[in-house]
Design a protein around this ligand. Structure first.
Ligand code: COA
Length: 435
């Protein structure tokens, strides 16, 4: 047994014992998504439920495991603070039981380093320790370094099914306060079949992407369709926020080589991952895959170093000025700002770069136009009109950047579903946008 293994044995406890390190009033945080340490969070939740804890907060980005801190019964005892809301926490955020912190994804590590007054507990689910004493936070490098270096206490849930990845997402046994062990399959992102509309929109975007481009693809049907439709391209690169299954397919079929990238040549770079077991196996011990802090991956100046950078993201609503809402439905919070603006900005600054925002032209079975004269009151602007580049619906693709307000309004009306165009024209005339 080497000295790191001795330290490991000395720090090994049950989840219940690990949870005893959390005290009333503590600020706790874990990295994005699947990095939430299930066994520890459940044990802390059980303590809160028994009345042993009050005033503990759990900070999380894209909390997809639905942990006990989302339970309204624990309000005031173990409170959820969301930095980007996924499906499980949406209702308690929309109902105002718990709250959220608005932030571009790239800024979150800096907020922990420079703005948040304290972080008492950093906890995460990690891969088994290597012979040098390191654990990897394989599913999200996003906030790891900032949280690790700020926290007073570090608690780990060592899951023997967690892959081990390269990059800057490590915790060393010497930094750890206590750990427990578990063996749990990682949650798999359900894959929905691509609709004809997704394919139609995806094809229009794929046609705009040249060989040698570097890609960021967001979450959802259209970004997935773009991934599927790029298999005939050559020498693509990946520098993305979320690593997805369609990217694994692009690497395996040879369309992605990462060889034209100016940095991380030959390597795929991401800040979080969520997909299939096949994807997790691909990431495991793969020297051609690296996970980095989101303050690095999503930094527009880093993104802009890649010529022909392409970002593809989705949205909820666009107005005739070109303002894009991607995170709320009116006043109702839906998700979060995430990295959309980070990547639109990076693509804007890249030589030959293109930022695509894609959506179907209607919602709710064709009854609502997603292109509106003005945004629905309360809608949050995720990408301002001054940054928006391409917009795409099943009715076409337009480039708003550098266009007059009048031309933009006309282009946007052309993207709307035919049954809404007349009304949009009428409203555009009332606003003197078109004559
Ligand atoms: N008015 C009313 N409801 C609308 C609407 C509109 N204009 N647009 C969408 N909706 C509803 C849909 O009907 C759907 O409702 P349902 O859940 O009851 O079916 C819901 O909102 C979600 O819409 P959908 O188009 O299915 O969303 P999605 O899962 O494809 O996600 C975003 C799209 C924009 C919410 C998502 O990409 C996001 O959160 N983006 C912000 C962050 C980001 O882009 N990050 C960078 C990449 S990771």
């Amino acid at each position: 047994m080497n000295k790191f293994q001795e330290m490991y044995q000395a720090k090994k406890k049950t989840p219940e014992e690990v949870a005893m390190y959390v005290k009333s009033g503590d600020v706790c945080a874990c990295p994005t998504g699947l990095e939430e340490p299930t066994a520890i969070v459940e044990a802390v939740g059980a303590r809160a439920m028994r009345g042993e804890l009050t005033g503990v907060t759990h900070h999380a980005t894209l909390a997809v495991k639905g942990g006990p801190y989302m339970n309204p019964e624990l309000a005031g005892k173990y409170d959820y603070v969301s930095w980007f809301t996924g499906a499980p926490g949406r209702k308690v955020i929309q109902d105002g039981i718990y709250t959220y912190i608005p932030s571009n994804y790239s800024n979150i590590p800096g907020y922990w380093t420079n703005v948040q007054p304290r972080l008492d507990v950093f906890y995460a689910e990690v891969s088994p320790m290597d012979e040098h004493g390191y654990f990897s936070c394989a599913m999200a490098g996003a906030e790891v370094v900032a949280m690790r270096d700020k926290a007073s206490i570090i608690l780990l849930d060592v899951n023997d099914q967690m892959p081990r990845v390269m990059g800057d997402c490590l915790v060393h046994i010497s930094q750890v306060t206590a750990l427990c062990e578990s063996s749990r399959p990682l949650s798999v992102l359900p894959s929905a079949p691509l609709s004809d509309t997704d394919r139609k929109i995806g094809q229009m975007i794929a046609d705009e992407i040249c060989d040698g481009s570097t890609l960021q693809l967001g979450i959802g049907g259209v970004p997935n369709a773009v991934g599927v439709l790029l298999q005939d391209k050559k020498d693509l690169g990946i520098h993305t926020e979320m690593f997805t299954d369609s990217m694994v397919d692009l690497i395996e079929c040879g369309a992605v080589t990462n060889m034209k990238k100016p940095i991380h040549v030959g390597k795929t770079v991401a800040t979080l991952a969520w997909g299939s077991k096949k994807m997790y196996d691909f990431m495991d011990n793969n020297p051609a895959f690296e996970m980095y802090p989101v303050s690095y991956t999503n930094n527009p100046y880093v993104i802009a170093q890649h010529d022909n950078f392409v970002s593809v993201n989705a949205c909820i609503e666009v107005d005739l000025f070109g303002q894009v809402c991607s995170e709320s439905i009116g006043t109702k919070p839906y998700s979060g700002s995430g990295g959309q603006l980070d990547f639109v900005r990076g693509a804007n600054m890249s030589k030959g770069g293109k930022g695509f925002i894609a959506m179907t032209s209607t919602a709710k079975g064709g009854t609502i136009s997603k292109i509106k004269p003005v945004l629905t009151p309360g809608s949050i602007v995720t990408t301002p009109r001054t940054e928006v580049d391409y917009l795409v619906t099943e009715n076409g693709i337009v480039r708003l950047k550098g266009q007059t307000a009048r031309a933009r309004a006309k282009m946007l009306i052309s993207l709307a579903a035919p049954q809404f165009r007349e009304e949009l024209e009428f409203e555009a005339k009332k606003m003197n946008l078109i004559i």
